[in-house]
Design a protein around this ligand. Structure first.
Ligand SMILES: NC(=O)c1ccc[n+]([C@@H]2O[C@H](COP(=O)([O-])OP(=O)(O)OC[C@H]3O[C@@H](n4cnc5c(N)ncnc54)[C@H](O)[C@@H]3O)[C@@H](O)[C@H]2O)c1
Length: 444
């Protein structure tokens, strides 16, 4: 059962729009607010302005509970709780700017000046240790009111993955709430309890601890992934070496666990790399050292910019060819994003080495076309076109449609004895006299 709240969502991007759809799906009346009139119009026409599986259908199915506006006054006055989910872009030094969050905070603060009822403000955008204290001060200044008495403030970051935001948002392992006071925390707690499909633990704490927990969690995941990638590299040098065999056994120990301990290409996307750099930035700001986070970042770059491209160059040399088919450009499946994508780094290194690259991706080509160093890439409209007459193919993103490619498909499109280098170990083929199947983390 939803609480009695009406929820406003400031920022209707990848995360905000999906959260809006989920709140409406669970029965809340939701008001979306964005500065982008085109996104607002789409939502009011019951269409998703963003690419995320399931969101469009969810908006359509719950359209009677969803409205959107560019007017923050309407959004605040007609709701009891406002979620702020606007960008906090990374800076050169690893910090995040809160300039867009502050724009929204200034608007909400000035509207709260005249609003009689108690209102809770929730920052879901990722911020850094210390930011929530400034946001609280700024809200008190712009509203002329007291936090904890006249309004509540929470920090409530999400741990979702693009491509599965709905599932992750409704079935989280845990919920993190940084709270200005008990009343604000209780308010948000009650919403999450009514929202989720599972029974996650809800961790409530002060702002500083919550700010650190958010970036520490992602930083720890990057460390684990990079450790697995190091195991994979070692395995490639051992006769019969197989990283999957090793990491499966490692993960069976509950101190390690099975998740994020599989050797592969390297991590990417809009969250992991920047949250890892942000913890290094924050640590330095407080006079602490984080060589682990810095080394993780360096090693991740080594895998995607040097190690894997060098393995591929070796394969091409052995086959005596100077061209390759690359399937997948996005940093993972079910997204249009190529930000920090390992596939992009590998392709860039291959282009720089003078290799002719043909590439196909179900959704990432428009974004890839804007990337520097990929100007010579020939983009294809299908995997068939991409594979045609190539001797070597590299599977660079784990799109489900690539999983369906069979040995017969590769031979049909590529000709005799093709080499399939699977960056995600997803095809499960076998090397024989007709096809060579190579994987990251396995000796060959
Ligand atoms: N996308 C993810 O996977 C993810 C995961 C965890 C955390 N986050 C965090 O969530 C935040 C938002 O990420 P996103 O991926 O949804 O961003 P996004 O770029 O997809 O969307 C942001 C939206 O905010 C809107 N916006 C900007 N300024 C505004 C303003 N003043 N008022 C109203 N709307 C405004 C933009 O027009 C855009 O629609 C970031 O801090 C990000 O780090 C994102």
């Amino acid at each position: 059962m939803p609480t009695k709240d009406v929820i406003s969502v400031f920022g209707l991007g990848k995360l905000g729009c999906t959260m809006l759809a989920c709140f409406a799906h669970k029965g809340w009346k939701v008001i979306g607010m964005d500065v982008l009139a085109s996104s607002v119009k789409k939502i009011n026409n019951a269409e998703s302005p963003i690419y995320e599986p399931g969101v469009d259908a969810m908006i359509k199915a719950n359209k009677e509970r969803i409205t959107a506006t560019t007017d923050p006054v309407k959004a605040v006055n007609e709701s009891t709780i406002s979620f702020i989910i606007v960008p906090t872009p990374s800076q050169e030094d690893g910090s995040f700017t809160t300039v867009y969050v502050n724009e929204v905070v200034a608007e909400i603060g000035s509207i709260l000046r005249a609003k009689k009822d108690f209102h809770t403000i929730v920052v879901t955008s990722t911020v850094l240790p210390g930011d929530m204290a400034h946001i609280k001060e700024f809200l008190e200044k712009t509203s002329g009111k007291k936090c904890g008495k006249d309004f509540g403030l929470c920090y409530n970051p999400d741990f979702i993955a693009l491509g599965s935001i709905i599932k992750n948002f409704l079935n989280p392992d845990m919920i993190l709430i940084g709270e200005s006071d008990k009343r604000a925390g209780e308010h948000l707690h009650s919403i999450h309890e009514a929202l989720v499909d599972n029974k996650p633990t809800i961790h409530r704490m002060n702002f500083h601890n919550a700010e650190l927990t958010k970036i520490a969690l992602n930083s720890y995941c990057t460390l684990k992934i990079t450790f697995a990638n190091t195991i994979a590299e070692i395995c490639e040098h051992l006769p019969g070496g197989d990283a999957d065999v090793v990491t499966k056994a490692l993960g069976a120990d509950t101190r390690v666990g099975q998740k994020y301990i599989k050797g592969g290409l390297s991590y990417g996307g809009p969250c992991f790399p920047r949250d890892n750099r942000a913890i290094a930035y924050s640590a330095k700001k407080f006079g602490c050292q984080t060589p682990l986070a810095e080394m993780t970042d360096k090693l991740n770059d080594y895998h995607r910019k040097e190690r894997i491209p060098n393995v591929i160059l070796g394969i091409l040399k052995k086959k005596n060819v100077k061209s390759i088919a690359v399937l997948g450009l996005t940093y993972k499946a079910d997204t249009t994003l190529v930000e920090e994508s390992a596939a992009i780094h590998v392709v860039r290194a291959l282009c720089a080495a003078g290799i002719k690259v043909k590439a196909y991706d179900p959704a990432g080509v428009p974004a890839a076309q804007k990337e520097k160093g990929l100007e010579s890439v020939k983009y294809c409209a299908s995997s068939e076109e991409c594979l045609k007459n190539e001797k070597v193919v590299f599977i660079a993103s784990p799109w489900p449609e690539f999983k369906k490619l069979s040995k017969a498909d590769f031979i049909k499109h590529m000709g005799t004895a093709p080499v399939v280098y699977d960056g995600w170990s997803m095809l499960g083929l076998k090397t024989d006299s007709e096809l060579e199947y190579l994987e990251i983390g396995k000796a060959f």
